[in-house]
Write a protein that binds this ligand. Sequence first.
Ligand code: 0O2
Ligand code: 0O2
Length: 227
Amino acid sequence: MNHWESFIEPYKQAVDELKTKLKGMRNQFQLQQSHSPIEFVTGRVKPIASILDKANEKDVPLEKLATEMQDIAGLRMMCQFVDDIEKVVELLRKRKDFTIVEEKDYISHKKQSGYRSYHVIIEYPVQTIEGEKNILAEIQIRTLAMNFWATIEHSLNYKYQGQFPKDIQNRLQRAAEAAFRLDEEMSEIREEIQEAQAFFQEKKVDQVKDQSKERSSRRRSYGDRRG
Ligand code: 0O2
Ligand code: 0O2
């Protein structure tokens, strides 16, 4: 294994483990048939080329990457409503399997680009054959609208290397405002949306029950014919 592979390995393990754990939170809400503040979870290990670019840009010496680059392991939790974000952060604060070292609230204080999201930086213990290794990971929590904006802006940023033409910059600012208003509108009709979602969830459960009843009655009548 070369140096980079062994450096990255605990981050890969952390992303896999955390993805399973955070998705587990969502599954538990679904089992209770209550509204899940978590819509979906994704995770990635930052590609080595991006680590080196960022280190170069921010003047981080390579031997300090583990302590100074907080997002080599990155998790993202998407929520339907802005209020869900605080609920998710509360759940993260209560967990015993990692320690929160920093919180960055880019929702109350959006970035100049228009970026909105809540970042929680954690210290996560990874079990390795050489013992426990504490690594930093970044969990970004945002609504679907914030995620939509950030994903598009991120691709454009990549294309223009951060040097946006003025008209694109203006459009991105307007799109950020539109995403903000969309979140506000959705919060206004939150109850209505949740009632509809609960109705569909119930219907789905009924359908599964009906299908399983139908299957067992078919099995019974097949058994009767054979017997
Ligand atoms: P499900 O049952 O579809 O929710 P890996 O490829 O092993 O690294 P994973 O989890 O497949 O891991 O990929 P990733 O990219 O980390 O996470 C993608 C997960 O987010 C997938 O769920 C997608 O379905 C889900 N996802 C992506 N975009 C959306 C979206 O707009 N809405 C919703 N509801 N889900 C989205 P899973 O894990 O395959 O499971
Ligand atoms: P990628 O490709 O997502 O991995 P700081 O020194 O604290 O100001 P730092 O350490 O970069 O800066 O932390 P920050 O800004 O709190 O969070 C970094 C990550 O947040 C970024 O990772 C993005 O994922 C996201 N982010 C922050 N600002 C923006 C923005 O204006 N637009 C978009 N689309 N995403 C943003 P990376 O390393 O940029 O890249």
